[in-house]
Design a protein around this ligand. Structure first.
Ligand SMILES: *Cc1c(COP(=O)(O)O)cnc(C)c1O
Length: 391
């Protein structure tokens, strides 16, 4: 995707990482310490700093965002007998994590403005399908899908391309229906809604530090919790469910090897230190795009095509502008734009194919998906890298 020796010189990628901070210093220290694997001081420090930055109660670092999502859903009790509500316009990891638990995804529509799960679609679907019962293993109010008899284990909205969805409304609905809320905030590190970091509204938030995200740990993910007891269970599950003992290998359930290695945390920590600068720069780039696509540049001269809409941050949101996104008038115009730009060595990409149109999720429950369908046909991501020479 970037740094590809096959690509021509002038190639402009969608999102390349920038390493102008303490990356090499921390990596060298990490290697010198010999603690490069799943124990080490950088993991604790990275978690601590992320906890502070996001304002969550506790953070647990994982090998990647997908494994973090899997753990989050396991902690909500997602299993073969349950369903999980999410949006069809998302990266495949969201749906895959649901299936790793054996649960059935339910795909509901997104809002046009935020590109994230629509609280209206959620409320409407629940009105028609949900029933609250107190007869459960936990003896707590539980939400059941009347048409299938299965429990709704979680609702997973996603903050698309770094733009926060209407998460406050979704919180209210999930509380009303007793549905655990897991935010897929993989793309929205540094994005805030009403001054609160995305991923801290739900019971659990999930972040990603993949190479193409706002900050990278090479690979990595993080779980954000408001409940420390739950965070403890996540950490336990992510370390093969090993029970602490001076020498014995005791494991009290089937756990996972999902803990972030120290070498990745060293890289992640150095990147986190630069996040405020990255965010400032990304907002500057977004502002330039916004002006360009508004049809005139700062001198008032005609520039961009006014029939192309630049997606700006929604109401009450402060977006990280991870991937700048434009909306073309229709699918033919989109395809023409994609062909032209990629021919010129400018990397552009369409939105994801809707989850319910992928082979393995074709038979999943859906509702009206008018907005998701329209956006999937018309959205294009355009180059959004922070320039490497500015820092
Ligand atoms: C990147 C991403 C993930 C998964 O993160 P990885 O670290 O690549 O496993 C999950 N959900 C969304 C929406 C993402 O964009």
């Amino acid at each position: 995707m970037y740094g590809d020796p096959e690509q021509p010189e002038a190639f402009i990628p969608l999102h390349a990482p920038v390493f102008r901070g303490n990356e090499k210093k921390y990596l060298e220290k990490c290697i010198d310490s010999t603690f490069v694997s799943s124990v080490g001081a950088y993991v604790d420090e990275f978690e601590g700093r992320m906890t502070e930055y996001t304002g969550s109660a506790q953070a647990v670092a994982c090998v990647n965002g997908t494994s973090a999502l899997h753990l989050a859903l396991r902690l909500c009790g997602a299993d073969r007998e349950t369903e999980v509500i999410t949006q069809p316009l998302t990266f495949v990891a969201t749906a895959n994590a649901i299936r790793y638990c054996g649960a059935e995804p339910v795909f509901l529509d997104v809002d046009r403005e935020t590109m994230g799960l629509s609280p209206d679609a959620l409320r409407n679907w629940l009105k028609n399908h949900a029933e609250i019962t107190s007869i459960s293993d936990w003896n707590e109010p539980t939400c059941i899908n009347k048409s299938t008899g299965r429990r709704i284990a979680a609702c997973v909205p996603m903050h698309a391309y770094g733009h926060p969805c209407r998460i406050d409304d979704i919180v209210r609905i999930c509380e009303e229906y007793h549905i655990p809320l897991v935010e897929d905030a993989a793309e929205s590190v540094g994005s805030f809604f009403r001054e609160r970091h995305t991923g801290t509204f739900g019971d659990i938030g999930v972040l990603s530090f993949n190479g193409n995200k706002v900050i990278t740990a090479g690979g990595g993910g993080m779980l954000l919790f408001r409940d420390k007891e739950m965070a403890g269970r996540a950490k336990h599950l992510s370390t093969q469910a090993r029970v602490p003992h001076k020498w014995e290998f005791i494991h009290d359930q089937t756990g996972y090897n999902y803990r972030m290695p120290n070498v990745n945390a060293a890289l992640g920590l150095a990147q986190l230190e630069q996040l405020p600068r990255f965010l400032r720069e990304k907002r500057r780039i977004a502002e330039q795009y916004r002006e360009f696509f508004a049809g005139s540049d700062t001198n008032g001269q005609a520039a961009g095509d006014a029939s192309i809409i630049f997606m700006t941050e929604p109401e009450h949101a402060h977006s990280n502008y991870w991937l700048n996104t434009i909306m073309l008038p229709g699918k033919p115009a989109r395809d023409e734009f994609l062909a032209y730009t990629n021919d010129q060595g400018i990397m552009t990409r369409p939105a994801w194919r809707l989850m319910n149109e992928l082979e393995m999720y074709r038979s999943c429950q859906t509702d009206r998906l008018d907005n998701a369908r329209d956006l999937a046909d018309r959205l294009v991501n355009i180059p959004s890298s922070v320039p490497g020479n500015i820092l």
